[in-house]
Write a protein that binds this ligand. Structure first.
Ligand SMILES: NC(=O)c1ccc[n+]([C@@H]2O[C@H](COP(=O)([O-])OP(=O)(O)OC[C@H]3O[C@@H](n4cnc5c(N)ncnc54)[C@H](O)[C@@H]3O)[C@@H](O)[C@H]2O)c1
Length: 360
């Protein structure tokens, strides 16, 4: 069984979520004009990519596959340039298709290739990590890294279709599943309290079991939250900012640790911090704050941070590309599922920071 979620707005598209979907939903979105397909895949997905290629060849398409260096190493201009050459050798035309199969690093980078080859060819995302399904593959942000920072080069280029097959998560390490669950729980706090109830009532083993109904339901719900937000605001003019709940501090933690922290782990800490900031402003209760700690730690995510000092983290937050005139911006909850973006004086950070173990 599968669920189809629509993204509306200037670039309408569909997201299909289900289990054991096979290749039919991918073939179904190739229209009559398509002759050639390039499948760009993460290396752990090589066998799956070859099987998809064989299936599409049996339907009459000319298909090539290409892998890339793993994770962040794949989000490099040299990798993109190599794939532009692959597109050229294949003579991939304006009406042809790139399929990105892998985690967020793959869909970010392959999406950028699709956005730039011949100024844009059809893109189909096949996310194979939980983070990819609920976040990176949905919403149109593509990007690569440069020597001066992460994700500084890219474009808004939504996939024409996203096919999220839960059965592909079976080989994903548990820590990566948990990191993806951080974004799912974040969606619960900003927009869908049913996610929070399911996480609170389900044993961690079942929650992180790729074959469980519960993981399928919270994944579908989180994708629905993201689809709704990007339908209203594709390019971060306003509403989309709410997806950054927990991310202001998370990005600083990731940078302070040279990106050795998983993004989802940092987001969990960032949400627990933002909850305390909201409590200090009288927006959330002590119970709401405790619920943040309980739900993130339930799936094995960190809720405390004892690395860099608050001074170091504040310095990094103030140098973020989104900060203007030295004013920090945080998404805070004015009650569960009522997010708002607020300006925060750096002095306000001290008490919430010490509560989650950050040194002065
Ligand atoms: N575009 C966006 O809106 C957006 C949003 C969030 C994150 N991101 C980006 O996403 C990236 C992180 O994504 P991620 O957490 O998926 O990491 P990732 O893509 O690096 O994948 C994590 C690891 O899992 C492996 N892998 C992928 N699928 C697998 C599977 N089914 N079985 C076994 N191994 C598998 C990958 O090869 C990699 O080693 C970052 O680069 C981040 O900047 C983008």
């Amino acid at each position: 069984m599968s669920t189809t979620i629509g993204v509306t707005g200037p670039h309408p598209s569909t997201i299909t979520v289900g289990r054991d979907l096979g290749f039919a939903p991918i073939a179904a979105v190739l229209d009559e004009a398509v002759m050639k397909v390039l499948i760009i895949h993460a290396r752990p997905l090589a066998a799956r990519a070859v099987a998809l290629a064989e299936h599409l060849r049996s339907l009459g398409y000319e298909v090539a596959t290409a892998d890339h260096p793993d994770a962040e190493a794949g989000k490099a201009i040299e990798v993109v340039a190599g794939l532009w050459d692959t597109c050229g050798h294949l003579q991939l035309g304006r009406k042809d298709v790139i399929i990105a199969m892998g985690g967020g690093a793959t869909t970010d980078m392959a999406g950028f290739v699709a956005a730039t080859w011949l100024r844009g060819v059809t893109l189909i995302n096949v996310p194979t990590t939980l983070l990819g399904m609920v976040d990176a593959a949905v919403g149109g942000k593509t990007g690569i890294n440069t020597s001066v920072g992460k994700n500084l080069v890219g474009s808004f280029y939504p996939a024409d279709a996203v096919i999220a097959d839960m059965s592909l998560l079976a080989t994903l390490p548990r820590q990566d599943l948990a990191a993806g669950a951080a974004e799912v729980i974040k969606c619960g706090f900003i927009a869908d309290p049913k996610i929070l109830r399911i996480v609170g009532e389900t044993s961690p083993e079942i929650l992180l079991d790729p074959s469980s109904e519960q993981l399928a339901e919270i994944t579908t719900r989180a994708i629905t939250v993201k689809a709704r937000v990007v339908s209203a605001d594709l390019t971060e003019g306003g509403l989309r900012e709410i997806l950054n709940y927990g991310h202001t501090l998370a990005h600083a933690i990731e940078r302070a640790n040279d990106y050795t922290w998983r993004h989802g782990d940092a987001v969990a800490v960032g949400c627990c911090f933002a909850a305390r900031l909201a409590q200090a402003r009288g927006l959330l209760s002590a119970d709401d704050v405790a619920r943040h700690d309980q739900l993130f730690s339930r799936v094995g995510l960190p809720t405390r941070y004892g690395g860099s000092t608050l001074d170091e983290l504040t310095h990094i937050m103030l140098s973020d590309k989104k900060v203007r005139r030295g004013i920090l911006r945080f998404v805070l909850l004015e009650g569960i599922a009522h997010p708002a973006t607020v300006s925060v004086d750096p002095q306000e950070l001290a008490a919430p920071a010490s509560q989650i173990g950050i040194r002065a």
